[in-house]
Design a protein around this ligand. Structure first.
Ligand SMILES: C[S@@+](CC[C@H](N)C(=O)[O-])C[C@H]1O[C@@H](n2cnc3c(N)ncnc32)[C@H](O)[C@@H]1O
Length: 354
């Protein structure tokens, strides 16, 4: 990774960003696409990775990331308006807390999440939001001619990889929180349904050496499962990996089923997936559903935006506490405690009735 350290070479006055008045604020909001595109461009170019601890000029950074210096300065100045990088009085740019999060090597990196939220397909569906609000259904199939996940795995391999990496980042960050929260007393086998690459499962197996587990997800996802779970991995002896559509059936017997950030799609898929879990599980088995709630989060702007994107791509939604309770009880689960996992996630503890 290139790290530029440099001596400033020219002077540019830095204007303070005023607190916007309503008209100015609305103008800024309607130009949100420019802001998203700027973050995406910086992430793709690796600007945050190239900037070290010493401030650097746009010309110096341009050499490192192979761009033209003036457009890069314009990009950095646009981002600096939002606190992503900062422009010094001498014309150099420096890191801020937010720009550091765009580095690939930051332990809390949001680089892949930034790319995922701005992937090319998103720009095709956002203009159709009014249609989705009118119809209440996804527009993805109309625009791309197939279901979202089919498109992702069949036609958009780079996007699928970005998705997997973004999910990995957020799963890794939340897996330890889930492992810390869940009491596995009496559990011998745990299954993570739609468990992505298996970070939650791996964290649980690492924490509980007597527990074994199954990861189930779509074939294209489990092909890149966490190497700890794969053949030759440290947990492979206690891990089974199953490919399949969890709406079609779940060929896994477990004491505890985890369903994390899955029930955000259309209601029919939610119903079918929950029915499949109940059909697979023995009476008394635990089902823990973990979701971001749209009515109980410190990150309302992010979660409501994701809620709209879910409407567009899968006709889905982020749940309110009540809408999730309704779906879980409609499926026939007995709902117990609902607890925060961390500031962004809640766990709904359920039991398969006898
Ligand atoms: C938002 S991700 C959540 C991943 C993981 N549970 C986590 O919290 O990190 C949704 C996951 O559901 C998987 N998925 C989507 N449709 C599925 C299906 N029909 N059957 C099984 N998994 C599915 C996706 O491949 C993806 O890994």
């Amino acid at each position: 990774m290139t790290t530029v350290s440099t001596t400033p070479t020219h002077t540019t006055p830095v204007q303070p960003v005023p607190t916007p008045q309503p008209a100015m604020r609305l103008r800024e909001i309607v130009f949100g696409a420019a802001r998203s595109a700027a973050v995406r461009a910086a992430a793709r170019l690796g600007v945050a990775d190239a900037l070290g601890e010493t401030p650097a000029t746009a010309a110096e950074l341009a050499g490192a990331v192979k761009t033209q210096p003036v457009p890069l300065q314009r990009l950095l100045r646009a981002l600096s308006c939002y606190g992503i990088f900062t422009e010094n009085a001498d014309g150099t740019f420096a890191h801020t807390e937010m720009s550091r999060l765009l580095r690939a090597d930051d332990p809390h990196s949001l680089r892949d999440i930034s790319l995922w939220c701005t992937e090319p397909w998103t720009w095709e569906v956002w203009p159709r939001l009014d249609d989705a609000v009118r119809s209440g259904g996804n527009v993805f199939e109309d625009v791309f001619g197939k279901e979202f996940f089919d498109y992702l795995h069949q036609d958009a391999h780079e996007s699928a990889q970005v998705f997997n990496r973004a999910m990995t980042t957020s799963s890794m960050q939340s897996a330890l929180d889930v492992a810390a929260l869940l009491d596995l007393t009496g559990v011998s086998v745990v299954a993570d349904i739609g468990g992505g690459q298996g970070h939650v499962l791996a964290s649980l197996l690492e924490k509980h050496p007597s527990v074994s587990g199954t990861l189930m997800d779509l074939p294209g996802v489990i092909a890149r499962a966490d190497e700890r779970l794969r053949e030759g991995g440290a947990l492979a002896g206690r891990a089974t990996i199953v490919a399949g559509d969890c709406r079609e059936g779940i060929p896994v017997a477990a004491d505890l089923y985890i369903i994390k950030n899955i029930l955000e799609w259309d209601d029919d898929s939610t119903r079918r997936a929950l029915r499949a879990v109940i059909a697979a599980a023995r009476p008394g088995a635990r089902v823990v559903v973990i979701e971001n709630l749209v009515d109980d989060t410190p990150s309302m702007r992010f979660t409501t935006a994701m809620d709209l994107l879910l409407l567009l791509n899968v006709g889905g939604a982020k749940h309110t506490r009540q809408s999730l309770v309704d779906r879980l009880s409609d499926a026939g689960l007995s709902i117990g405690e609902i607890r925060p996992v961390n500031p962004y996630l809640h766990a709904f503890e359920c039991v398969v009735p006898g």
